[in-house]
Design a protein around this ligand. Structure first.
Ligand SMILES: Cc1ncc(COP(=O)(O)O)c(C=O)c1O
Length: 362
């Protein structure tokens, strides 16, 4: 095998090597069936076990309380931008959105197609440099739910306090899914695309509070109804079998890491290595994010000029780094330090950034 890339991609992204190797070993003959997992029926006993295990592990690793169901749905987090308002906005009610960057903006836009929606806070005027403080979130009369994005993947900010509101909260946690414990009592729905911390692309995982299922709108396309997925154990149609299978393995790996508290500690320690370089660089590496709100998953930074940024990315590529280019909408650089990024990769990035600054003064 060639050298593994230091992959800091924002998703799809690096996955744990032991998981990839195990999947490789069993790829053509899964559970002595004489078939690959992607060749067999999703109603057969091998897949059935795989599916059930992944569901149980997801709940166990995330500490999900008994009063939540877990759903596997195709369409990524983007389909959830639509499914949430379609299921939850009752006639005469409206939805509140925390607008904290690109992804929350997309979710908000989608909600307005299906019903009335308003910004409960908008960080545009401060260039999305932080999340709202709780006192800044304004909920109007007749609000069905508050939608939040716990970590903005492009802007590199994350929630450090959870909203204190008197309406149910729906959270897009795609880019910090299962990277820290969360206060479940606050949420009715927690969702995310799994292609960052949990597996390959191809599906979203959605946790839905059981008590809201009866109230969900039934007058929408069948596939888009949460209750249908729950009642069919996410086997209403052919599920994304490979994504579920891989996610099950990643979850086992996460459990072996010691669970969410340990994962959070590791992520915090690793992020501080990269932020440490930024902070010690006398303004050479710049971040627009207010320190307290810095994401520990997606670290965004700029260099003194775009020319230096291009050089940085070109040299990084030669030095085995992948995925360091910022999102096309904002430019600059971004290092996504998801759960499976190794310490070796992060230490190497820290050293590379320090060396680059020395060799390329502003
Ligand atoms: C916070 C956030 N929400 C939603 C999405 C969209 O996810 P998907 O591509 O699974 O639809 C992304 C993708 O990166 C994201 O980072």
């Amino acid at each position: 095998m060639g050298k593994r890339a230091y992959n800091f991609g924002a998703g799809p992204c690096t996955l744990p090597l032991p998981v990839l190797e195990e999947a490789q070993r069993e790829f053509v003959d899964y559970m002595n069936s004489g078939m690959s997992v992607i060749e067999m029926s999703h109603r057969g006993k091998e897949y059935d076990k795989t599916h059930a295990e992944a569901m149980a592990l997801a709940k166990e690793v995330y500490g999900v309380p008994e009063d939540f169901e877990v759903i596997f749905v195709q369409g990524g987090a983007t389909l959830q931008f639509a499914m949430v308002p379609m299921n939850l906005i009752e006639p005469g009610k409206k939805a509140a959105y925390i607008c904290c960057g690109e992804w929350s903006g997309k979710a908000f836009k989608e909600a307005k197609i299906f019903g009335e929606a308003y910004p409960a806070w908008d960080g545009k005027s401060i260039q999305y440099s932080r999340m709202p403080k709780n006192s800044e979130i304004k909920i109007q009369e007749g609000t069905a739910y508050l939608h939040m994005t716990s970590n903005e993947t492009i802007g590199g900010i994350r929630n450090i306090e959870w909203p204190e509101v008197n309406v149910p909260i729906v959270a897009d946690m795609s880019s910090d899914f299962m990277s820290r414990p969360i206060p479940w009592e606050k949420f009715d729905i927690v969702y995310g695309g799994i292609q960052k911390n949990l597996g390959p692309s191809g599906m979203a995982m959605v946790f839905v509070r059981k008590s809201i299922l009866d109230k969900c709108n039934k007058n929408i396309a069948t596939y888009l109804r949460y209750d249908i997925h729950v009642n069919n154990q996410s086997l209403y149609n052919t599920p994304p079998v490979f994504s579920v299978y891989m996610m099950g393995k990643v979850l086992k790996w996460m459990k072996a890491q010691g669970g969410l508290k340990d994962i959070e500690e590791t992520a915090t320690r690793r992020a501080s290595l990269v932020y440490g370089v930024i902070d010690k660089s006398s303004g050479y590496y710049r971040s627009h994010v207010e320190k307290e709100y810095r994401s520990i998953m997606n670290i965004v930074f700029r260099l003194p000029t775009e020319v230096l940024e291009e050089k940085f990315l070109a040299e990084a590529k030669k030095a085995n780094f992948v995925g360091l280019k910022g999102h096309k909408s904002v430019g600059g650089c971004r290092a996504s330090c998801y759960n499976a990024v190794t310490d070796e990769a992060v230490y190497s990035l820290r050293d590379f950034m320090e060396k680059f600054q020395k060799e390329n003064p502003a």
